[in-house]
Write a protein that binds this ligand. Structure first.
Ligand SMILES: Cc1cc2nc3c(=O)[nH]c(=O)nc-3n(C[C@H](O)[C@H](O)[C@H](O)COP(=O)(O)OP(=O)(O)OC[C@H]3O[C@@H](n4cnc5c(N)ncnc54)[C@H](O)[C@@H]3O)c2cc1C
Length: 472
């Protein structure tokens, strides 16, 4: 017997013959807590999240997704959906639920002449980048290659190419989706346009995405990208340089500034490991000659302790940060959108960086702006088109007994800096304890329309293990 949770929060026992019937309906493995592989599926990137689904279906294709949805409906089971498992709030996993683990579905098909990639919903960012770069093309995705495409896209999505082409969802041509009643539908500008609008920021509220079509752009294969780092004592000037360069950067150039203890990276001197640094991460995605000119002021600034801001393959840049964000650490983030970076905010940024409690924590400014601001706010539920930066206070540590200390650091820094926010925040950076009022801040004016779309496509709120929107 396997004990599972129903949609109305009751426990039910699933008898062996019921589980056998599910196994007969799907091609992929069905895992109970007793099976090898169950722990790999149930765990997510953030080790703060420790939940145990009742059953996992590792979906090999759309047929498995439909069978999983139908089975959950027949038994009134809570359902959870796992893409890359990178959501910091652990939305991919849920106690007692039937999990559809999409990780076996990692195919990518590139239409070179149409400049579109079709990616299955279990892809990680690196899967899409790698296939698209074979043709010198790229989709607008994020900064860490092990992140899942589906969670990232359904929440908006941003990365090095966002200033040129907008949020990830601004560049989605269509979704394939299994609905709450187990139907496979297409959502794009021509088909189910209301659903398409909702998916472009409204998360997993409307169904199980099985594939995403991304509009592609010529990028690379070489770009100018990487990091320059200085001792934290240089931060007042380095952040001044960052503000100045970021404010005038062309859409091809995306700049990220961060402060943290130096990681034990081979490009940083050993005697600096663990000591506080300030750094600028850059990507110029246009012509590399223009890129080298654009980043020259960063490379020639002060006396860097490390400089790996060079011409490199785009795919390599896309995984440059991976080692700093491993699965299995404990993570707690607070984030806000900013319309600019004022000197007073830089002062606070430096102050809280100096109080970092862990070798893995950081304070970060990501850059947005340009193309993000060119579309009307109601173009998609992501909204927040006035955002020019994201402030991310990112605590990361190893041991559970230290939770309080690191969470406290992040909360204190956020409380002190949130006055600089536009009032909006990024839905995909919300942590486990941030509730509906933060979802509302992230979705801005789109909530009402999303609730109506939810009412049409999922009136019983079958899909609820997400940033949930009540159906209307
Ligand atoms: C190290 C790291 C780096 C990041 N960098 C960026 C970045 O550069 N840019 C950016 O925009 N964001 C970034 N993020 C945030 C990221 O967008 C979110 O964590 C996102 O939720 C990850 O997607 P996932 O598929 O891995 O999520 P999961 O944790 O698997 O799922 C997240 C949510 O998506 C839903 N979902 C998953 N699969 C499906 C499906 N097939 N159909 C419907 N719903 C589904 C789940 O129900 C859940 O609610 C980063 C996160 C991490 C941890």
């Amino acid at each position: 017997m396997v004990s599972a949770k129903t949609l109305d929060n009751r426990q039910v026992e699933l008898a062996p013959d019921v589980i056998s019937a599910l196994k007969a309906r799907v091609k992929g493995p069905v895992l109970t807590p007793a099976d090898a592989g169950y722990d790999e599926s149930r765990t997510v990137w953030n080790a703060m999240i420790d939940r145990r689904p009742a059953l996992v279906v590792r979906c090999l294709g759309t047929g498995d997704v439909i069978a999983g949805v139908q089975f959950a409906r027949e038994h009134n089971l809570l359902l959870c959906l796992k893409g890359g498992g990178h959501n910091i709030a652990g939305l991919a996993t849920s106690d007692g639920a039937l999990m559809l683990d999409m990780s076996p579905m990692r195919g990518v098909w590139v239409d070179q002449s149409g400049r579109v990639a079709h990616a299955q919903a279990g892809c990680l960012l690196g899967d899409v980048d790698r296939e698209c770069q074979l043709y010198g093309l790229a989709a607008v995705l994020g900064f860490v290659s092990a992140t899942g495409i589906t969670g990232l896209t359904l929440g908006g999505g941003f990365g090095y190419l966002t200033k040129r082409w907008g949020w990830t969802t601004d560049n989605v041509a269509g979704f394939d989706l299994v609905t709450a009643d187990g139907r496979l539908v297409r959502a794009d500008h021509e088909n189910n346009a209301d659903l398409f609008w909702g998916l472009c920021g409204g998360g997993g509220n409307f169904g199980v995405v099985t594939g995403i079509d991304y509009q592609l752009y010529p990028v690379g294969p070489e770009v100018v990208g990487g990091v320059v780092a200085w001792p934290a004592a240089e931060a007042p000037k380095a952040l001044g340089l960052y503000r100045e360069l970021a404010a005038s950067a062309s859409p091809e150039l995306t700049l990220v500034a961060f402060m943290r203890p130096a990681p034990p990276a081979p490009w940083l001197p050993k005697d600096m490991h663990g000591k506080p640094i300030v750094a600028i991460l850059a990507c110029h995605s246009g012509n590399p000659i223009d890129g080298e000119k654009a980043v020259a002021p960063i490379k020639s600034f002060g006396s860097p302790i490390g400089d790996i801001l060079v011409r490199r393959p785009y795919v390599q840049l896309q995984s440059l940060l991976d080692a700093t964000q491993p699965k299995g650490r404990r993570y707690y983030w607070k984030s806000e959108y900013l319309s600019g970076i004022e000197p007073a905010l830089c002062e606070k940024f430096m102050h809280h960086a100096a109080n970092i409690q862990s070798p893995h924590s950081a304070v970060i400014f990501f850059q947005l702006g340009d193309a993000v601001g060119k579309l009307p706010t109601n173009h998609s539920p992501v909204g927040n088109r006035d955002a020019r930066y994201v402030l991310n206070i990112a605590a990361a540590w190893e041991r559970a007994e230290e939770d309080q200390r690191h969470i406290e650091w992040a909360r204190t820094a956020w409380t002190d800096m949130k006055a600089f926010s536009t009032g909006g925040t990024y839905i995909n950076f919300l942590n486990e304890e941030e509730g509906f009022e933060r979802t509302a801040a992230a979705l801005g004016g789109g909530l009402e329309r999303l609730a109506l779309i939810k009412g049409k496509w999922d009136p019983q709120n079958f899909f609820r293990t997400n940033r949930n929107i009540a159906p209307r």
